[in-house]
Design a protein around this ligand. Sequence first.
Ligand code: PEP
Ligand code: MG
Length: 751
Amino acid sequence: MTDSQQPGSRKLLKRLRATLAEPGEGQERLDRITSLIAGELGADVCSIYLFRDSDTLELCATEGLKQEAVHQTRMRLGEGLVGRVALRTSPINTADAPSERGFRYMAETGEERYSAFLGVPIQRLGERLGVLVMQGREAKAYSDDEVYGLEVVAMVLAEMAELGVFQSSADPAAHRHKQPVMFRGTSGQDGAAEGRVYLHEPRVLVTNPIADDSEVERLRLREAVDKLRYSVDEMLSSAPLGDGEQRNVLEAYRMFANSKGWLKRMEQDIERGLSAEAAVEKEQSSARARMEQVPDAYLRERLQDLDDISNRLLRLLTGQGQDDGSEMPEHPVLVARNIGPGELLAYGRKLRAIVLEDGSVGSHAAIVARALAIPLVIHARRITTEALNGDKVLVDGDHGIVHLRPEDSVAHAFEDKIAMRAKAVERYSSIRDLPATDKSGTTIALHMNAGLMADLPSLPSSGAEGVGLFRTELQFLVRNSVPRRGELAALYSRVLDAAQGKRVVFRTLDIGSDKVLPYMKPQDEPNPAMGWRAIRVGLDKPGVMRMQLQALIRASSGRPLSVMFPFVAQLSEFTEARDRLMREIDREDRLGRPLPESVEVGAMLETPSLAYAPEIFFEQADFISIGGNDLKQFFFAADRENERVRNRYDCLNVSFLSFLEWINMRCVNTGTPVSFCGEDAGRPLEAVCFAAIGLRSLSMRPASIGAVKSLLRRIDLSELRHVIEKARHDGHQSVRPVVESWLLDNTDPES
Ligand code: PEP
Ligand code: MG
């Protein structure tokens, strides 16, 4: 394409660069830019609107509209045509703006004289920065070429904004990446931490958005794309054949790397005057913008692949971010859009906290973060675009709040909170070897939940009596292929070694629902939590369960073996699963292999149905573990994964407490040991209430044991029982308020 075929856009970009290079304040630059664009593109009006805060756009410079309106005219996201361009992150091009849906008349601008309107978003990697607008008196729609040309200019403006070119005190975008920002997300794992941002995928900074020589840029792009194709092919040939997930991702990468459309679009942008990196980023930005709008999970994943591959290409072009991990700051807080469980495990306990833009409470990454006891906040929208490597950050995992570059006063208050926690931990270590006995002499057995080998070191330090729940699926979730029996046996054996004779209750695979194995064909179920999961999968597809049972038997040779089956809803499921375990033991015996010293087989009570199972179930089960997380979701019909409802019902609601009491009573009647192992057991107030209604064994995150034990030792459970009974009698919905105030008045100070 020659310059004469390419109306002005390349020339415009070059002049834009010259204009930006001239000295001046941010406002002067914005003014010069609008008059340059209006002049070069022959528009009556050119205006730049920038975000003042995340919801408000402000007219920051204009050529053609009344100057008095600058910094006065504002609109909310979605309001008027400009607000709609920003909201949809796509252009609006109309010949007759006043009759367009959503048009808002702004008298102070004098825009009633203009009919044609073209607005394009100024965005960078999914971050909305503002809107660039062209208007004309003549009622005409702009050509595709003009739309495209303005988008290219908007792209350059976005890069310039990122580099701080427009910064001045009057500019709302001033001090970006410097000001304090608070993010309100969702708690994925409790805990508070202070540290420095460590971006999982550092931002690539494009310092030269405008090309000097388009031919050189085109060659650079081609070369980088060739390298990219080569590296994807390499990765594909070395990816294990059985690894379906990884291959799928790589195949998608290959598809994009070879996509003619992708390359063509980027080359067109280069023709219009962008540098190779800016062209890649322009494509990436529109993929991110589409990602926010696409509801279909499959398409979103493909757009995510396109985003990842664009990052790789940018790194190849700029040479930035190749040496991952080498500059990890002290006290790193990992910030990412999302992260896989395997990657998270590789970082391990080095991390102080984790903040994700996406993710869900039940995601594999969240499960690993919980297992590692690292505070986690999810749904911290836009943090990856706001945060820079090394920024100070405070993470409040209890409330799902993140303070980026906090004000001193916030930082001081937060530091006090962390110090108080540290003091409490110190206090708990002094009672670590004492029993969890209340003032009336009742002792509660406190166990810990685990799921990774990495958890086991907490066993002696937490003061737990043993592992009340070992979630075996974590080992399956963090891998890309089914583990082999030998590997599993070795792992379970190491777990038992690390437990040094303390009891470990292995729960067989609980997959399905939110826990989908990377190599398992996802089931398209309308209600996965009530679908084909846990013991149901185990019984229908006996191969994996059998392999796991054999591994458990071999691991515990000569030692006691405790196995429990998850999500048992009726007696026959328990007896069938137990028979299979017994058959495997017989088989091992026939093969002359060493057997466990003793075997106990339990069931998880996670559906209300099992609470009403025939007496014989309670007689046959060697022990029962109440899976409070699932039981509560089915009791209240409130999805534990759904943010809207998951905290709607209190587990100290008298109905639920009475139900737990009923389960406990049935177990007491048959002499069946019963424990509670849902997350609620790890909250001191809940834990003491469970103990007060009769439960004598609780299993929780290791970090919670100290706090629960400390409270138990400072109260009288029989008095608390009376408080609960009275609240129930008085018609309270939840016993929480009365228990809270009783605890305030009746708890000995911590020693
Ligand atoms: C439960 O449901 O309470 C439980 C402990 O199991 P999970 O959280 O793994 O489903
Ligand atoms: Mg469960």
